[in-house]
Design a protein around this ligand. Sequence first.
Ligand code: NAP
Length: 268
Amino acid sequence: MVVGHPLTHSLSPLLHNYIYRKLGLDAVMLAFPHPQVEGVVSAARSLGVPLTAVTIPHKETVSALVDEVDEVAKAVGAVNTVINRQGRLYGYNTDVVGVSYALRSVSLGKKNVLVVGAGGAARAVAYFLREKDANIFYLNRTADKAQVLADKFGGTVIDTAALSTTTFDLVVNTTPIGMYPRHQATPLPDFIFNSDQTVFDIVYNPLETILLRSARQQRASIISGLTMFIAQALEQVRLLSGQTMSFKQAEDYLLTKIQNKQYELHGN
Ligand code: NAP
């Protein structure tokens, strides 16, 4: 099951159920929009739910509810996947795999990276960027939360005034700003992009957010949150079953569904 709040437009059930069918796995994913994750994880344990995908805003609270936390998830400080193995719950962070796949072609060593947001997803991004030796700059509505990330993963907390005085090679949005139904919003309204930059928005609904559209129009390279989403979902399936499918097959399926309006993403 996938648990989060709100969860109205999660693509997880559609993608997981396709992968399960294609891999011949006897499973189905259901969505549980729920503001209290404790009860849901406890139900996953007692009902023997094999996989629980955890999303906004629960990722930082789940670690305490499982029996074992994987080393990467521990280092990140956020769990987004719970696997139930014979009643024992194991917590993982597949967002790191998703981020790593999305940024696989971006040079990061000693590069200046702006991370907007400081929640569960930002932790996975910051963990990965630190592994790649990037210079991380954090911008968040609540500066204290950004400072927690800077203390943990290294880097500098900045405010909006500093945006025009630093050159960023990569900009990553990890906030839900720009996500449906507030898809007319952007986390960086006055930002000037350039063709040397890459902009990665982890929001995938719409596929091209206002942030990505504006970056593309100013000739920056763009990466959609869909890439991260698919790669982390494939990792969830691998943790569950030991099996996988090609990224392209999963992507083709989702894009066809979206194009044919069999699954509606907004703003496209
Ligand atoms: P989270 O833990 O709740 O963190 C959200 C962050 O965004 C916080 O830093 C919060 O700031 C900031 N924020 C939220 N609303 C804001 C607003 N109106 N104005 C300014 N800042 C705001 O959420 P999360 O789990 O990190 O997820 C964040 C987004 O990433 C969601 O849209 C989620 O769907 C997406 N996501 C996508 C993927 C993917 O595979 N593509 C994977 C994971 C997450 P404060 O600290 O001030 O509260």
